[in-house]
Design a protein around this ligand. Structure first.
Ligand SMILES: [Zn+2]
Length: 245
């Protein structure tokens, strides 16, 4: 393949743009925010499980407390009924005595129930504290997630802007060059990441290997219009005054 040496040199400008585009794509793929967000998602999922468990503990205690309160209400109702009977003073003495006995036992029962309720309420306070703690950790993790997402989106927008800028520079440059040359360049670049490199100081800019004296002698004799490729990495070697020929 033949191309004007000036045209060949412009391949290096194209390669500079393509290298930047490849770096931008790599940056997008490897944003640290991606790994951070994955870790945050795992953390939030574990915290959600913890929150469910803490909520169940609170709900269980609420149910137990409600049950005791219902029992206390029953005891109180029974007591007022008994007290009303005693206050009326009507009925046989034995029956009134039995009511007094019952009142003693009802008072004891009420006091036991109230002690048990107090204990459950203390447990509930502890369980609520656990739940509140989990919820504030969830809120903090969500804030971190929102901040990380924002940072990621800002960086992605920045990358997209730079890509647009580079692509708009690439299009006219590639369009100016002979299509067979660009085609060859693109094919090598897709295979190796680098289509063209400067031959500098007797060394291929693509694979960094030093060319043998025989190779250099051969290239020296080659028509400047000939497109020369590296024997090792097959990339297009662009020749300039710095090529060491
Ligand atoms: Zn090479």
């Amino acid at each position: 393949m033949k191309a004007d040496p000036k045209v060949q040199r412009r391949l290096l400008d194209l390669q500079a743009i393509d290298t930047t585009l490849a770096q931008l794509a790599h940056r997008r793929r490897t944003l640290p925010e991606r790994a951070e967000l994955e870790a945050l998602a795992r953390e939030l999922s574990a915290l959600e499980d913890e929150r469910v468990r803490a909520q169940v503990a609170v709900d269980d205690l609420d149910r137990d407390i409600a049950r005791i309160e219902k029992d206390v209400d029953q005891v109180r109702a029974r007591k007022s009924k008994d007290e009303a009977r005693l206050a009326s003073g009507s009925g046989p003495a034995r029956e009134l005595e039995a009511i007094q006995h019952e009142l003693v036992s009802l008072n004891r029962r009420q006091s036991d129930l109230e002690d048990a309720e107090l204990e459950l309420m203390e447990q509930r306070e502890t369980a609520q504290g656990v739940l509140d703690g989990v919820e504030s950790r969830i809120a903090a993790a969500r804030e971190r997630r929102a901040a990380t997402e924002q940072r990621r989106d800002e960086t992605l927008a920045e990358i997209a802007k730079e890509e647009d800028f580079k692509r708009s520079a690439r299009q006219p440059l590639a369009g100016d060059l002979p299509s067979d040359l660009v085609g060859l360049y693109d094919k090598i670049r897709e295979d190796t990441g680098l289509g063209a490199a400067l031959l500098t100081g007797g060394r291929c800019g693509g694979c960094r290997l030093e060319l043998s004296g025989a190779d250099l002698a051969r290239i020296r004799k080659t028509d400047p219009e000939d497109v020369v490729r590296c024997e090792d990495c097959r990339r297009i070697m662009v020749r300039t005054n710095e090529s060491g020929l």
